[in-house]
Design a protein. Structure first.
Lengths: 360, 333
């Protein structure tokens, strides 16, 4: 007789639609995407890769602050996002700024987030999202609540939350899955397993073979997806979204991916904990290279089109960084004044004292 | 150049912290280091640099990413005879572990009538001024001085850091050891290579004067010293500057003696004003030296807001101007 754990783990095989050569290996699972959709997904991935490169450069020049690189994770981030509707609610982690941008956060505000300006945290009307989560795991229980709220209000929308493989170790992670399961909340949990939490490899986080299997204990669906295959990520998210809206409960999606860059730009040195071989092995799976091959085989993509996207990205980034630079600096008093709807006297006093003395 | 004896090294505070852990890992097999990225990465601030190589994975342990797990596991190890040194990557990330500290680590001795104890240290980098993202810069020491049974220690330089950390590791009860990030690499002090301890609960008078007592700790010690040095050059008065070093229990004697001498007090801390440790200090002054006061005690603190994102943190932090205004306020009342 097989042990239960073995039986469970056998079922969590990585779901893939397109292999590293850009060939469709799972025709049945192919999502229904128009040629224009396919091209748009490619544009977004290329754009986001450029945004990452420029953000790293701007950080090095001191023009941006906190930045968590995204290259390598485009399929995982943007494939899942492409399956969303505008009304869906995103609860991102600090690396998930691209999903926010494609959900409608203006680029200059994304830069302001990096520059440590609160305007970067203020989602525009019509963009349903919280600002990037710093406290790892906290967004996961909140996502259960947002998903429950959507259900109670009868909305055809979901909450989607992102965390990393490290985030799946937090108590909040288990609590979030469990609550969402208990309520059949309209929530999709995405764990982007980029193999490392800063320096700690995923096999030190847990004895479990996969993160996806953690869904089993919460009584919800779980799936491990090739996170470098944008079609598979899209299809898995779309299915999870449909199930959530149909009252069939939440889903945990684990996307197998890799961050090419350092953890953040604040002094992390990946050579301390990763080998060149490992980097090379993962770069062979690159989500953009793979999808480009697929599209080129279908005559849907050309070098010219790609260059156009690259140029557009560069121009928009240039304009956005200028706009971010030109955004008026905030003052401490602006922040004190919004601590409560009505300011208590101690804060009024602190504000007045500051205005009277310090700001001169 | 001053020459330094062979058994004394000029170390940054972070190096002195590593040195303290190395000393204790070496001396006592029951000492363990655990936390996120403390192994091959040597910690995000490199506080555990080299320790994995020296002492191996059994003693220097990379944990899963879960603060409650780290502290709860440390409590379990501690009741089982180990002396864990747990690292929080930043003080602002300790909140998931609050329950373990509040309801278990600090009550174990009392509620088991001494059958079990928790000789554990939690280290946590804290404070604003290093351009870290949101929540990384909190100074929430007062949340922890309010936990009965928890000692709260904070060094401001390398020499103190080593002696205080070793004393904390050797302490038979839980100690929260918070490390002002801004002091990690901003200067070197002479640190003896050998083991030494600095008694917990003892403040240090870092500058002697007659007219005003300035009480502070952590990163504010250096800022206060600079402000006072500058101010004294231009004025006819002098200040006692006291680095409290331990925030629970407070060094009542040192506070009392200085206040009796000067009769004028300024308290400087970067934490929000309401509920800050300044309240406890005021209470000590009230109990021990009220009738020596010649002026109301002045406080220079953060606002009653979270530490803002980094583009505003310098406006939030007590500045040299604010500190000197408070000194003058105390003096000319
Ligand atoms: C509660 C909490 N603990 C620790 C940290 C410090 N920290 C920031 S990112 C990180 C690693 C996260 O790894 P993972 O969840 O795998 O996501 P990734 O960064 O790889 O996308 C750590 C430990 C934090 N931000 N919040």
């Amino acid at each position: 007789m097989k042990r239960t754990l073995e039986q469970i783990e056998e079922q969590f095989q990585t779901f893939q639609i397109m292999n590293e050569e850009g060939e469709i290996v799972n025709e049945n699972a192919m999502p229904d995407l128009s040629d224009e959709d396919l091209k748009e997904i490619m544009r977004r991935m290329v754009y986001t890769r450029i945004l990452d490169q420029r953000s790293i450069a701007l950080n090095r020049q001191g023009r941006l602050g906190f930045y968590a690189p995204t290259a390598g994770q485009e399929a995982s981030q943007l494939g899942s996002h492409y399956a969303l509707a505008q009304e869906d609610f995103i609860l991102p982690a600090y690396r998930d700024v691209p999903q926010l941008i494609w959900h409608g956060l203006p680029l200059y505000q994304a830069f302001l987030f990096s520059k440590g300006h609160y305007k970067g945290n203020q989602m525009p009307e019509g963009v349903n999202a919280l600002s990037p989560q710093i406290i790892i795991g906290a967004q996961i229980t909140q996502a259960a609540g947002v998903g429950l709220g959507l259900k109670k209000r009868g909305k055809e929308a979901i909450a989607i939350t992102y965390t990393g493989d490290g985030g799946a170790s937090q108590g909040d992670f288990y609590e979030g899955l469990n609550f969402a399961g208990a309520y059949a909340a309209q929530t999709v949990f995405v764990v982007q397993n980029n193999q490392f939490a800063i320096s700690v490899p995923v096999d030190k986080q847990s004895a479990a073979e996969t993160i996806a299997q953690k869904a089993v204990a919460a009584g919800i669906e779980g799936i491990q997806v090739d996170g470098m295959d944008v079609l598979a990520v899209y299809a898995a998210t779309q299915e999870a979204r449909n199930r959530a809206i149909n009252g069939e409960g939440p889903t945990l999606i684990e996307t197998m991916t890799y961050r090419y860059g350092p953890h953040t730009m604040a002094g992390d040195d990946p050579t301390r904990y990763r080998t060149d071989e490992m980097d090379d092995e993962w770069e062979k799976k690159d989500p953009i290279v793979r999808f480009r091959k697929y599209l080129e085989n279908k005559d849907l993509w050309s070098e010219d089109e790609e260059n156009e996207v690259v140029e557009k990205a560069k121009e928009e980034i240039k304009a956005a960084i200028k706009e971010a630079d030109n955004t008026p600096k905030q003052k401490v008093t602006d922040l004190i004044s919004i601590m409560h709807e009505e300011l208590p006297s101690n804060l009024k006093e602190q504000m007045e004292e500051y205005e009277e003395k310090e700001s001169k | 150049m001053t020459t330094v004896a062979a058994d004394v090294k000029k170390l940054t505070m972070i190096q002195a912290i590593t040195d303290a852990m190395r000393t204790m890992l070496d001396e006592d097999d029951s000492v363990l280091v655990l936390g996120q990225d403390v192994g091959i990465n040597g910690g995000v601030f490199r506080a555990t640099e080299g320790l994995l190589n020296e002492f191996g994975e059994d003693r220097v342990i990379d944990t899963p990413l879960a603060e409650s797990g780290i502290v709860g596991t440390s409590v379990g190890l501690a009741v089982n005879g180990f002396k864990p040194i747990a690292e929080m990557q930043f003080f602002g990330f300790i909140y998931p572990a609050f329950n373990q500290l509040m309801t278990h680590a600090t009550r174990m001795r009392q509620r088991s009538l001494g059958r079990y104890t928790v000789p554990m240290v939690i280290r946590a980098p804290y404070g604003a001024g290093v351009k870290a993202p949101e929540i990384h810069s909190d100074s929430v020491e007062a949340l922890f001085t309010h936990i009965p049974g928890l000692k709260v220690v904070t060094p401001s330089n390398g020499y103190d850091a080593k002696g205080l950390l070793i004393a904390s590791i050797e302490d038979p009860d839980p100690v929260l050891f918070i490390e002002p990030m801004r002091c990690y690499r901003t200067g070197r002090t002479e640190v003896p290579a050998e083991k030494y301890t600095i008694e917990l609960g003892k403040a240090k008078t870092v500058r002697e004067g007659d007219d005003v007592t300035v009480l502070t700790w952590g990163a504010m010690v250096n800022d206060t010293m600079k402000a006072v040095e500058q101010w004294e050059k231009e004025h006819q008065a002098t200040c006692d500057v006291i680095d409290l070093r331990t925030l629970y229990p407070l060094d009542r004697d040192t506070i009392k003696t200085s206040v009796e001498k000067t009769g004028r007090v300024v308290i400087v801390h970067e934490a929000p004003e309401t509920g800050g440790v300044s309240g406890d200090i005021l209470s000590v002054i009230n109990d021990e030296a009220l009738f020596y006061l010649k002026a109301p005690v002045q406080k220079v603190t953060g606002f009653d807001t979270p530490v803002p994102v980094y583009s505003l943190e310098n406006e939030y932090l007590p500045s040299a101007r604010k500190i000197t205004w408070a000194i003058e306020e105390a003096l000319h009342y």
